[in-house]
Design a binder for this molecule. Structure first.
Ligand code: 8YV
Length: 317
């Protein structure tokens, strides 16, 4: 009976059941549980052939360098901006990830945020709980149906957002580097043109250096005082300081944010504002979707150890 492959789990994973499943199949050590992770890596790094991590936890070049026998990486999540893919690919190490299975839940969350920030679901819940209903009226808010929806990043999740817009009879347009596959929706030539046109700017673009601070002061001012920003992508896509300022001065109407520049830190100024809805990076966090993501993390590893290839690899960069 050959011994089980040794897997280095970089930190605690979002789904405890996945940790249990990994531990049942592999010889797993969690790096963040070690008293001195650097010393642990120096002593034991060469014993690991696999890494398990997540989109949020990531994988740094220095950890990859400390694992001379590393053969495979399996990550929980579709984003790979926090993983040093170049360092893996330079060593020919395949990286498995979990796209597609989360499209629906992330798109659902984009609509939840859009509806909430426009109709004040969370804010009016607070109003009712404070006992204010008998004393005051809740001011009317903004209609979503029939409005213009601008999607930034027309990939798999962007398409799922666009599909949902039909029932709301929204007009949909998008901005993407290239013409998106799988849709005939209008593509805008520039982000500013889309921001000018849209009532809702929904971010479903990948994170990383190429999209850092794509949403800056100029884009926000172009979106304007009737416009809403919804971010289910990455905090880094938005200049958060510029966003806080735009919200405080009502230069945009509101924002629904699932992601932030320095998670889990959320700017205190945002907590003061009722035209903002904040969620703790939970767009994919349903039992169903997280289980499907966990299964893909396991399948990517199992496939690699059986055949030498992961089931769903991160594309070559
Ligand atoms: C997860 C995500 O919440 O898939 C992604 O890229 O950001 C989310 O689905 C994340 O991977 C949890 O760590």
């Amino acid at each position: 009976q050959p011994s089980k492959p040794r897997i280095l789990q970089i930190a605690r994973l979002p789904l405890p059941a996945l940790e249990t499943d990994l531990a049942a199949r592999y010889d797993v050590v969690c790096l963040s549980d070690q008293a001195d992770p650097a010393a642990f890596l120096a002593e034991h790094g060469a014993s690991f052939t696999g890494v398990a991590t997540s989109a949020s936890i990531g994988l740094k070049a220095e950890v990859i360098a400390a694992l001379p026998r590393l053969q495979v990486v399996s990550s929980f999540g579709v984003g790979f901006d926090a993983l040093d893919i170049a360092a893996c690919q330079a060593r020919g190490i395949p990286v498995g990830y979990t796209p597609d299975v989360l499209n629906d839940c992330v798109a659902d969350m984009a609509f939840a945020l859009m509806l909430d920030v426009s109709r004040g679901v969370a804010a009016s819940d607070r109003f009712v709980r404070r006992g204010e209903w008998p004393k005051a009226r809740y001011a009317p808010l903004t209609r979503v149906s029939g409005k213009r929806l601008g999607i930034v990043g027309m990939g798999r999740i962007g398409l799922a957002v666009a599909e949902r817009a039909t029932g709301f009879r929204m007009e949909v347009g998008y901005y993407n580097r290239s013409v998106a596959k799988g849709t005939t929706l209008p593509r805008f030539d520039s982000l500013l043109a889309l921001a000018e046109w849209a009532d809702y700017l929904v971010l479903t673009v990948a994170g990383g250096a190429a999209t850092r601070h794509l949403i800056n002061r100029e884009v926000l001012d172009t979106l304007g005082p009737q416009g809403y920003l919804i971010n289910v992508a990455r905090g880094t896509v938005v200049d958060e300081a510029a966003l806080v300022e735009a919200l405080q001065h009502k230069r945009i109407a509101g924002a629904g944010l699932d992601v932030f520049e320095n998670e889990p830190q959320v700017p205190a100024a945002l907590m003061e504002l009722d035209n903002v809805v904040l969620t703790p990076h939970t767009a994919s966090a349903t039992h169903e979707t997280r289980r499907a993501m966990a299964d893909l993390v396991l399948e990517n590893l199992a496939s690699f150890y059986a055949t030498g290839a992961v089931k769903v690899p991160v594309p070559a960069i």
